[in-house]
Design a protein around this ligand. Structure first.
Ligand SMILES: *Cc1c(COP(=O)(O)O)cnc(C)c1O
Length: 383
């Protein structure tokens, strides 16, 4: 089976991890801060906080921005469930804004309409979580206008989009986002096994994120309620978590970061080759907006809803590990129980009926890609 995504691990990566295994620290050592600084530098932002995964980073982001009961958080329905769940885990109300039918990212005109209505009824969201779907950045210029007008926080779920650019600026350091989150799950762009990161320009937010990552504990006398009892002393100031990344993971991440440019280059070459090979079919192919440079985490094609199921089945039967991204989040039973109904975001639902993700990862060879294309074309015959 040719999967839809897979990690690429080099001998350098393996050496970096085994060096940590021979070192004094398996966790809370020097490599996590090195990885954080390298990543912050790479995406031109101030601070990075490495975590157990992107879900925990998103959760920390909500907590650091004081999102809680009585608050509203809006996100895209075309995402993995985690983008919405983290707000629920903080006790906030979640709602979904429909997607645009070119990039399948959160539609800024739908967001503008919804914000205008919410501002009349006093139901504005405290935060919006845009998702850079498939690695294609959202319309950040319009989002920034809306943020400036209505004053919500932005938590950018860039789980797909490390290595992407908007207006020449790297995703992770974009001005519009208070906090940006990356995922290092093996199907994503670079990996640490499990792993994630929250990035911010704000020293105060970085301090809150890292304190919440480690039980809500501080060792900084300035932040304590009284003079420390001694050098051993620490204080728990709030209820936090243990969301720390290990040294092994950070060593892998730091080493993987050296390959990021090559990974993106290969993904973009594969995207060009898919485009060239599939432009004579009636599939709808991904587009890239002029001010955006996608990291191509996914390569999603669309077919007629009546043909999608059979096309998917035929491809899987023939060893092509296609996938579907995403079932609109609010169609999950958990969200249905909260009162969301079919038709809440019609464009996200129409898109869901049509989408198929083709294999896309740096180790996909030209020969394997040609096999995917040939099998896809043969499977479309007679459908
Ligand atoms: C993968 C993913 C997540 C969750 O990432 P984990 O590191 O597995 O927690 C969140 N949001 C999106 C859009 C994702 O694709």
């Amino acid at each position: 089976m040719i999967p839809y995504g897979r990690q690429h691990i080099t001998d350098d990566d393996i050496t970096a991890v085994t060096e940590v295994l021979r070192s004094p620290f398996l966790t809370q050592g020097p490599v996590v801060p090195q990885f954080e600084q390298a990543m912050a530098h790479r995406v031109k932002t101030g601070f990075a906080v490495a975590t157990t995964n992107a879900t925990s980073a998103l959760h920390l982001a909500c907590r650091a921005l004081d999102i809680g009961p009585g608050d509203r958080v809006w996100t895209s329905p075309n995402t993995f469930v985690a983008s919405a769940n983290v707000a629920r885990q903080c006790g906030a109300e979640v709602d979904f804004v429909d997607i645009d039918d070119q990039t399948f990212n959160l539609c800024m005109e739908s967001l503008a309409d919804k914000l205008a209505k919410a501002s009349k009824t006093g139901e504005l969201p405290k935060a919006v979580i845009p998702v850079d779907f498939a690695g294609h950045p959202c319309d950040m210029a319009r989002l920034r206008q809306l943020r400036d007008h209505y004053g919500f926080y932005v938590i950018e779920d860039a789980s797909h989009a490390i290595g992407a650019f908007y207006d020449g600026e790297p995703v992770g350091g974009l001005e519009v986002s208070d906090i940006t989150v990356f995922s290092f799950h093996p199907v994503k762009i670079i990996t640490t096994g499990e792993g994630g990161m929250a990035l911010t320009r704000s020293a105060e937010l970085a301090e809150r994120l890292s304190r919440l990552r480690s039980h809500g504990i501080t060792r900084d006398p300035e932040r304590m309620t009284h003079e420390p009892d001694g050098d051993w002393y620490y204080q728990q100031l709030q209820l936090g978590y243990n969301y720390r990344m290990t040294e092994l993971q950070a060593a892998l991440g730091l080493s993987q970061l050296q390959h990021l440019d090559a990974f993106i280059q290969r993904r973009r070459t594969l995207a060009d080759q898919y485009r060239a090979a599939l432009s004579d079919t009636d599939l709808t192919l991904p587009v890239e907006r002029p001010q955006c440079r996608s990291s191509y985490h996914l390569y999603v094609v669309q077919t007629a809803p009546k043909r999608r199921r059979a096309l998917f089945d035929r491809l899987r039967e023939r060893g092509i590990g296609v996938n579907v991204h995403y079932i609109p989040v609010y169609r999950q039973p958990y969200y249905q129980r909260l009162g969301f109904r079919a038709g809440h975001c019609p464009r996200a639902e129409a898109y869901y009926q049509r989408c198929v993700s083709l294999p896309m990862f740096p180790d996909l060879t030209d020969e394997d890609q040609a096999t995917v294309v040939r099998t896809l074309k043969e499977s479309m015959e007679g459908l």
